[in-house]
Design a protein. Structure first.
Length: 512
């Protein structure tokens, strides 16, 4: 009897203990960090006061702009979705459901708005803000779909380095938020609008229990940042905690923003954009020369045997040569077709090997102990076709999977990759190469080569079991960010995509 009573008491005490624990770790009614930037903090306080004095809108909850790796629980997803290993990400983080742990995803009522007040990042090569539809309960997969063009360092509206970013669909709510922002000291010329498309049912709640307790689409505002000029300043910015506000519209007006009713992406073409196609023949020749130089660097060639054959001692055999092809993933199209977008970047053009126009499956690659992948690429930054580019090694969520689906891509990031700024190519040539191998001795010999062979590769990376299991599959993704002429994503047809040469090192016997 006493045992049963103790069990019952323990069970009754469990919810209270769990609630206390969640409160203690910040998962329940979390603490909001104060902005470290005094100007941003002052603007935030004045904006909150203006909201409190306004009629037709109220402040429902408050959050902060947060790096994904620093978020309780959410850091577990930081390397999913094929994340770029060289790029930090920040998010509008609001209390989940209005009172739980800070969450990078949040629902949004038809008359509500999300407002970020911040300073532009310290000098860096690139930053952008993109609005996504991250989760839909009635959807067959996480759409993670962009809802329009990005706001980036070439087109952001700002004043003395300060800006506001507003996510909304309702015209009256936006007008009231804009008035409050102007009253707080942010001029209209520094207010950036991301309009939620109204034609896709994104703001229709399947269930709504009041406030932010809503079952429906969950959105995300993501900032990509690349290569701070001063890393100390960059690290401080990543932990500066600009304020984020959930503003609830209490008025009854239903007029939509014009931008909300006509979603889409601006054209990528621009008369001053660089066309790389005249470089095609030289790029092909560069690839052949790179493989030849690598063969010379990896060992002797053409030694005779008693059987009268030629032996290429530690030379290279080309197993395959694959040109990357456009991987055109566009968020609004994904939402219409009910496919998976994987956090498409409207500022980028994507390319990958084995992308076929007539079928969904993309065949993946393998990398054996005696094999090398030599990736040759155009340095798009050097020819002024983009702000920067990168090639990253990625793997399927299941290492045994031999293919990826373009429509429902199950891919995971690795920390392996190379960017325009990693390419050790000081020569005038616009081309560069990088080698991936499982054998450290390959990298040692390639990088220690002298003479002509020394020009074989810009760098070499060892792929370990931790990155991709032996016998597992992998592939590469080239991202080319931001055409400086248009301020938008590069036009795919203007670019020469990367190429991967699958090579085998070792003694290869051929008949004379």
């Amino acid at each position: 009897m006493r045992m049963r009573m103790r069990r019952r008491q323990a069970l009754l005490a469990l919810p209270a203990a769990l609630t206390a624990y969640m409160y203690q770790i910040g998962a329940l009614f979390p603490t909001i960090n104060s902005p470290t930037d005094s100007a941003v903090a002052s603007l935030g306080r004045r904006f909150q006061a203006a909201i409190e004095e306004a009629t037709g809108i109220v402040l429902a909850s408050k959050g902060m702009f947060y790096r994904d790796r620093d978020m309780l629980f959410w850091w577990r997803f930081a390397d999913n979705f094929g994340a770029n290993p060289s790029t930090p990400y920040m998010f509008n983080a609001l209390p989940l459901l209005g009172f739980l742990l800070p969450s990078p995803i949040w629902s949004l009522g038809k008359r509500d708005a999300i407002v970020l007040i911040a300073r532009v990042p310290p000098p860096c090569e690139y930053f952008s803000l993109t609005l996504y539809a991250m989760f839909r309960p009635q959807y067959p997969a996480l759409p993670f779909a962009s809802l329009g063009d990005s706001i980036n360092h070439l087109n952001i509206k700002q004043h003395d380095g300060l800006f506001a970013h507003v996510v909304a669909a309702n015209q009256r709510t936006y007008d009231l938020v804009k008035q409050a922002l102007i009253a707080s000291g942010i001029p209209a010329s520094a207010i950036n609008l991301a309009a939620v498309p109204s034609t896709l049912g994104l703001m229709d709640a399947m269930a709504h229990a009041g406030g932010q307790l809503r079952l429906g689409t969950y959105f995300e505002l993501l900032m990509r940042l690349f290569r701070f000029h001063n890393q100390t300043e960059g690290d401080a910015y990543l932990k500066s905690f600009p304020p984020v506000f959930y503003v609830e519209g209490t008025h009854s007006e239903e007029q939509l923003l014009v931008e909300s009713s006509t979603p889409g992406y601006l054209p990528r073409s621009h008369p001053q954009s660089v066309d790389e196609s005249p470089l095609a023949a030289a790029f092909d020749a560069y690839g052949a020369e790179t493989c030849a130089h690598m063969g010379a660097a990896l060992g002797e060639a053409h030694t005779s045997t008693a059987e009268g054959h030629d032996v290429e001692g530690n030379g290279l055999t080309t197993l395959a040569s694959l040109a990357f092809a456009p991987l055109k993933i566009m968020g609004l199209e994904c939402l219409v077709q009910r496919t998976k977008c994987l956090g498409d970047g409207p500022d980028a053009a994507y390319f990958a090997p084995n992308v076929h126009e007539d079928r969904d499956e993309m065949e993946l690659l393998r990398l054996g102990e005696d094999e090398l992948h030599a990736v040759t690429m155009v340095d798009h930054r050097k020819v002024n076709a983009s702000v920067y580019g990168s090639v990253a090694l990625v793997r399927p969520s299941s290492a045994a999977a031999p293919t990826l689906s373009k429509s429902f891509m199950q891919v995971r990031a690795t920390p392996l990759g190379v960017t325009s700024f990693d390419l050790a190519n000081a020569a005038p040539s616009p081309f560069a190469s990088w080698v991936f191998t499982r054998n450290p001795s390959h990298c040692e010999r390639l990088l220690a080569a002298s003479g002509v062979a020394a020009r074989s590769v810009g760098g070499c990376t060892v792929v370990t079991e931790e990155h991709v299991p032996r016998g597992g599959h992998l592939t590469y993704c080239e991202r080319v960010y931001l055409d400086p002429a248009s301020g938008r994503g590069p036009e795919w047809s203007n670019l020469l995509p990367a190429r991967v040469y699958h090579l085998r090192a070792g003694a290869t016997i051929t008949t004379r």
